[in-house]
Ligand binder design. Sequence first.
Ligand code: NCD
Ligand code: ZN
Length: 352
Amino acid sequence: MSTSTLIIRRPDDWHVHLRDDALLGAVLDATASVFARAVVMPNLRLPITTTGAALAYRARIQAALVPGRRFTPLLACYLTEAIDLSDFRAGVRDGVFSAVKYYPAGATTNSDAGVAEFKRVYPALEALQTLGIPLLVHGEVVDDHVDIFDREAVFIDRVLAPLRRDFPALKLVLEHVTTVEGVAFVTDASGPTAATITPHHLMLNRNAIFERGLRPHAYCLPVVKRERHRLALRAAATSGNPRFFLGTDSAPHLRRLKEHACGCAGIFNAPTALACYTQVFDEEQKLDKLEGFAALHGAAFYGLAANTEAIELAKSNASHTAPDLAIGPDAIRVFTPPGGLRWQVSKLPCAS
Ligand code: NCD
Ligand code: ZN
């Protein structure tokens, strides 16, 4: 039974993994039915590093859409030290690339072709700064000597702060920020600086990975941190500060690859993400700040118009758990926060 409803402007997802082939077909509508636009991450098995590859991938996404869906995939170019800048500029000119994604080489899923030495991409960053295209950063050092829970804070000191200093006009997004240090950097930095925040980093702390046993479905990168970090993220997301906006980092992997001796990093939250964010803002008594975070701040940062459609959410007395998404003989676990979900999307996008 529904106790209250909320109508907000249709949101955008500024960080999502839609994958390819059968997985793309299985996961796409969870994003496309709710979000008007999404920045689609380029870390496919063969990374999207050229305009041609991006055009072909965008066409595959569009072909996989449920007929009638109004959804715009925005593509990010995977940054390598060998990026072809003339091809990239043409991609930007033709509206194919909306952003560039910086993966430190080896930091996460399909990141081996990423950046090993950040000074080597300075010419590319110079071009980005001139074009006004955002650099989206996976902010973790790849260094066995650095504790995995400290890798974001160390990355900020070693890489992000120098980048901010050397490219004062570059649009910089610290993707899936996870720490007090990350929130402070984004809040205080000069120049156009922002961060996306995921539902799971708002709802889990690191105990969730070890709750009475090893929990592979709570494992993602950057890994969820201590409670004080989660609380800092909740404060930032609900603050109304336009530097913080919605990015789900929905990252589907088959259960057999998550429930494994070397389980994949990534949490699939697309079907529940908007309900999760709404629940967080409700718990913080900041529902009035949800629309800014979900539908306004990101568009403004990217220099795009806000959406005009609306979407309705409803809250019920009983909590529920999202079912797995079946895919062939396997399935993908859908993120449900501890204690379950009380919010859900009750009306899909419609004219406001
Ligand atoms: C992402 C994936 O699976 O592609 N995994 C994750 O844990 N977030 C990659 C990423 O964004 O780090
Ligand atoms: Zn991601």
